[in-house]
Design a protein around this ligand. Structure first.
Ligand code: ATP
Ligand code: MG
Length: 140
């Protein structure tokens, strides 16, 4: 498997509890390198666009309100098999089902307030990186 890039969000529940460094430490321990990073606060329109794939789901409104409730940290992570590796380090969506040692097992509060987002495939990784970062912000 080649070197890949994936997109990550440290969500409002985690930034609010000052867990940014603890979460980045988990990425780094797994061999993922932070190659771009910034702290932003999304608008409602941006959150609705970003999570547009879930717009018919019953939790869509709650999810978008949560994602704009506090600043988030958006990052590009790079490494061998980075997309799958990041999802492995994140753990299952529901922290009650997440494996020991994963970010969501250790830090997530609930299935909604689950501390991190990670791209789920090569296409979404490329789209999500381009949505939040300009070419100038991405060192080759
Ligand atoms: P993400 O896309 O954030 O990386 P994921 O791929 O593990 O997480 P998805 O199924 O894509 O999970 O859901 C997107 C997000 O929507 C979840 O991370 C969570 O914050 C929220 N979510 C998912 N299912 C529920 C639910 N049943 N109730 C409340 N919120 C939910
Ligand atoms: Mg997802």
């Amino acid at each position: 498997m080649a070197i890949q890039r994936t997109f990550s969000i440290i969500k409002p529940d985690a930034t609010k509890r000052n867990l940014t460094g603890a979460i980045v430490a988990k990425f780094e321990a797994a061999g993922l390198r932070v190659v771009a990073s910034k702290r932003i606060q999304m608008t409602l329109a941006q959150a609705q666009t970003f999570y547009g794939v879930h717009k018919e789901r019953p939790f869509f409104g709650e999810l978008c309100e949560f994602m704009i409730s506090e600043p988030i940290v958006v990052q590009v992570l790079e490494g061998e098999d980075a997309i799958a590796k990041n999802r492995e380090v994140m753990g299952a969506t529901n922290p009650a089902e997440a494996a020991e040692g994963t970010i969501r097992k250790e830090f997530a509060l609930s299935i909604g307030e689950n501390s991190v987002h990670g791209s789920d495939g090569e296409d979404t990784a490329a789209e999500e990186i381009a949505y939040f970062f300009s070419g100038l912000e991405l060192v080759g």
